[in-house]
Design a protein around this ligand. Structure first.
Ligand SMILES: Cc1ncc(COP(=O)(O)O)c(C=O)c1O
Length: 359
């Protein structure tokens, strides 16, 4: 089915995993709903800051990221020496494993947990302990039972990707209180900016309470800077120092540092992003359900939808210029993950699915 996408605003970035599709589907510009980026692109404030900072790119970046750390410390109300900057928060996930896990020691995470947890565990030759999910979300009691004397690291994502599942604060706090102090918990909050006021909780206060907790966040999602690669970890000073000692010295570039600082100050952009996501996600889920497809409830900027012929629908969407994510690599071959796009993206996606399912 041919749909004219010419008049739609297209995200300008091309996520790396889309390039392989572009060989098969030589579309000049696709609607990228496969990697949970911000469909609005980067904030104008960050674009200006990055462009200005390019002038200084002949020199190495500030290895300590001092200005960004100061801004983060003020925003999060934590000391600057609790912060670790990463080339995306993915780097924090691997740094955590490299810092606390010796070969053969166990790393625990949930079935359908973010793929990088397994990669981080493999990188340090840790023993993977994948705990079966409950209703596609974390089974925290089962994860606690899976922790033993050989466990060094536990990954928890809140919200989780790709399922969108969310753990309410009391359950998460109870979990943190029960994890033995010798086990590090990496709480991955890549999508935390999308939470509703009722869902929000103060994980910075938890970092103050638990010396074994690392909270990881990113500028790749709500802040719209996925291509610049900036994330950060927050842990008490002793643990943060161990992570910083392993961190590659110039892991965040000068334009990325400047852009992240500008984006952090751009409350309006994040607020608008959250609102656009809330309405878009609702419309997407309702539209998919009207087509007879079931979505899981999602607290992130994406939905996971069950589709009998997921691979065929994925291919049909690519033909129409829309990239969504297949989830075979998560053991979910009958599901697709769809990032919430701009309203016109969501409408086009639903129209394309409707046309495909009619055939
Ligand atoms: C749950 C989760 N954690 C971490 C990341 C890493 O993002 P980045 O490395 O761009 O900060 C992602 C990206 O998709 C994610 O979904």
């Amino acid at each position: 089915m041919a749909i004219d996408t010419g008049s739609l605003p297209m995200p300008r970035t091309q996520a790396a995993d889309i390039f392989k599709y572009l060989n098969d589907f030589p579309t000049a510009s696709m609607i990228l709903l496969a990697s949970n980026e911000n469909p609005r692109g980067m904030p104008e404030s960050a674009r200006r800051a990055a462009a200005e900072a390019l002038g200084a790119a002949g020199n190495y970046p500030d290895a300590n990221g001092t200005a960004l750390k100061q801004a983060l410390a003020a925003a999060l109300k934590v000391p600057a020496d609790w912060l670790v900057l990463g080339s995306g928060s993915s780097e924090l996930l691997t740094l955590a494993a490299q810092t606390v896990v010796e070969p053969g020691q166990a790393v625990v995470w949930s079935q359908y947990g973010f793929l990088v947890y397994g990669q981080a565990a493999a990188l340090v030759r840790g023993k993977p302990v994948v705990v079966p999910a409950r209703a596609h979300g974390h089974d925290l009691p089962a994860m606690l039972r899976a922790i033993d004397a050989g466990t060094r690291l536990v990954f928890v994502a809140n919200p989780n990707n790709p399922t969108g599942s969310f753990i309410e604060a009391p359950a998460l706090l109870d979990f943190l209180e029960r994890v033995p102090p010798a086990v590090t918990v990496l709480l991955d909050e890549a999508y935390t900016e999308y939470l509703t006021p009722a869902q929000r909780y103060d994980s910075m206060e938890w970092v103050g309470r638990f010396p074994n907790l690392i909270v990881a966040r990113t500028f790749s999602k709500a802040y719209g800077l996925a291509g610049l690669r900036v994330g950060y970890g927050v842990a008490q000073a002793a643990l943060a120092a161990r992570l910083n000692a392993r961190r590659p010295r110039f892991n965040v570039t000068t334009p990325a540092l400047a852009a992240a600082r500008a984006a952090l100050a751009d409350d309006e952009f994040v607020q608008q992003t959250r609102e656009l996501n809330r309405t878009g996600r609702g419309e997407l889920a309702a539209g998919l359900e009207a087509l007879g497809l079931q979505c899981l409830p999602s607290a992130g900027n994406f939905v996971m939808v069950e589709v009998a012929g997921a691979a065929a629908l994925h291919a049909a969407l690519l033909q129409a210029g829309i990239a969504v994510a297949t989830l075979d690599n998560y053991g979910l071959p009958q599901w697709l993950r769809i990032t919430v796009g701009l309203p016109e993206h969501n409408r086009l996606l639903l129209a394309t699915i409707a046309a495909h399912t009619r055939h």
